[in-house]
Design a protein around this ligand. Sequence first.
Ligand code: C2E
Ligand code: CA
Ligand code: CA
Length: 694
Amino acid sequence: MSEFNVKAIILLLFLSICAFSAHRFGFLDTSISIINSPGIQRIEAISNANTNTVLKYDEKIIVDCRLLKLSRYDFCGVSIKLGAPEIEQGLDLAGYDKLALTLHFKAPVVTAKIKVSFRNFNSNYAVAGDDVSLKFNSIIYNPNLHNATVVVPFNALQVDNWWASQYQVGLDNSQVDLSNISLFEVFTDNLTAPGEYQIAVHSAVLNGKLISEANLLKLIFVIWLSSAICLITLQRNKLKIIATTDLLTGLYNRRGISEWTNKFLSMNKPHSTLYIFYLDLDDFKKVNDTYGHLVGDELLIGFCTRIQRYLDTMPDKRFVFARLSGDEFTLITRGVEKAELTDFAENLLEVLTLPISLNEHKIMARASLGIALFEQGINTFEDLLARADSAMYYAKKEGKNQYKLFDESVSKDIFFRKQTAEKIKNALADNAFHLNFMPIFDSHSLAVVSVEVLLRTHAKSLEGIGPDIFIPIAEEYELIEKIDLWVIEATFKQITKERDFLAQNPLIFCINISAAELHNPLFASQLKALLYLYKIDPRSIEIELTETSLVEADQLSIDTLNEIRELGIKLALDDFGTGYTAFSQLINYPVDCLKIDKSFIDNLDSPDSTQATMIKAIIAIAKSYQLKTVAEGIEHRAQYHYLTEHGCNMMQGYLFAKPMIWKGLKNFLEDPDIFKSRLLLIDKTVGNKLPLKL
Ligand code: C2E
Ligand code: CA
Ligand code: CA
């Protein structure tokens, strides 16, 4: 229960106790004088033909009646009209519970009695305009002949029998009812002797409570009930807000925007132009790693403020901005028309070009944008988002800080990827994969120390599609775990089959695995089971993982890496230099080897010396962490040369050998001519740097 609810309940309890106590201790008492009330409409004497009557009214009411001779019905008294002039509109006296009456009654006989009555109009049985038809609620008593005050409790009132029988009303309506009193009467109707009668009404005061105890309890109950309903509704609304709001930025979260969009789509289909933007911060992980999560959070808030400020400059358009997760946001625009879209997207990227100032740092928060238009055939938020997401994926591929509108090329790409995934599935079922092996050389001896295991498919349907294309698709469609296990097992089978050969030519097999394995808690144990099954020496296996797969690394990933290493298997960071590992972070990753990415080697010849500097830095750092280095993609002698000079331990590339099937590798390793030509190749370039030893 929230603090607000507790406070509200305590307040209610306090007010209820106060109201109840006020009622009990008379603070809610009230009274009204009937004969002096300004609401009195008329005062009339009640008498009959045998009586001479004089009515005086001044503070008190005095009726003098002289009864000349007795007849069947003789009356003497006074009738006071209460409420509105019309007989059917009286006063509600239900809140009163007693009448304090001070009367002086003179009569020729002592047995004479007074009747005090409240006449009530009820449309069920009374006739408008006919006083006589009104119900009698009355009490008969014999007043003290001296001035005295009698307090008549209202529950002593009775319904006049005469009235009940005369108007033949049912039992329900013959109960005392003070809700609409039109007439108050004080009279005597049992005149038993002719003579002088006098009724002097000195005062008639109704006492009661502003509210009866029963009604007060009912009221308190109703207030409690409605407060409970209000609090529950408030609580539910609050929970709903929490469930649909992102706590860090205060924006809608994924659920919030999804609900909003689906509601909007179901209501407004044909009308407004609606675009959805998928915004993904570029290199956010780098910020988190370098500055910590608190700064990362501040940057996200700064990013939202920046975007919001831009959106505020267009009050004629409507926007809904939300945080999907981590560094992914979505923006829905209404009123941005097709012709304005390019400007809008470019300006959006533009506002992110200046760094965001946080307390101590100034950090860039650039983003890649994917845009999709709501059009025919899209029914849900998820459909719309999937399109924007695909477009964003494209924008990122194109080189970040860009936008891409979902169009035919994107949809073709999705179709291609889907189809390829299907073909990979079939190829797995048909066992239509095989392995290639690419030698890796020691830089000095040029001996082949290891081979990289590379996957190939001979499935007809995948002709022309290499692993650089189908592996990312297999990752996307969650087929990669099967593939990785297949490659590991196929390699182990090969090793088992070639034990004798490998005894003569010891090799380390470098197997690529996908980043997905780091989040697969079973991977290490599966690997262990296969090692055991094929009796493989773990020292002959190295696992290659791309550096970028560590970008998303969490504790589970680090645990998986450690488990692999504990099996005795070595770990290499593939494509090193393309990810964002801060060098200082290398210490956290339990790796043995860095494979310098081919892109650095490719650019070695370019006049820009940054790549060369990077290579030098990577090798130096690797040395200081006692990591081995492999340069991949060596195609020219000069590259080989440069890397050897700077201390790179191993080389791999077309200059030495291409990937080949096992038989080819065997020939390569056994054929002395091939080796000689390799030496010659190097010899031509390096001259006196010819390796001396094999
Ligand atoms: P990678 O792990 O970086 O593998 C190296 C790629 O660079 C291989 O391409 C190799 O043939 C190529 N390469 C090596 N030296 C040279 C060179 O001097 N010149 C040129 N032009 N290329 C060179 P490949 O076999 O097409 O593999 C591409 C990518 O596919 C691999 O990149 C790896 O990420 C993935 N891959 C390949 N096999 C497997 C596998 O069995 N499992 C997993 N998970 N991924 C694999
Ligand atoms: Ca590799
Ligand atoms: Ca590589």
